[in-house]
Design a protein around this ligand. Sequence first.
Ligand code: FES
Length: 104
Amino acid sequence: MPFIDVASTRDIPSGQAKAYVVGDREIALFNVDGTYKAIENTCPHQGGPLAEGWIDGTTVTCPWHAWCFDVTNGAMTLGGFTSVESYEVQVAGSTIRVSTEPRT
Ligand code: FES
């Protein structure tokens, strides 16, 4: 599965996230206590930017209407009737690399 360089570990402080374009997708990349997780950035409700959401541990709350997702696998944590795609992440030195294809 191809990976591409997306960011430096210096770019995302612990407990924060940023959005990046990876191929033809926009992903939200999270730093969860030094471990990096990537999910689709676009909320399936009405398109809110999940990288700008409120982060509590491994859960992100959409900034628009508060749908919540697990950043480790994209699952909705309340309700569970939808999900977002999640992506494998690799760290090589200070470089964060993200898979160009979502987990299946
Ligand atoms: S757009 Fe994310 S909860 Fe509405």
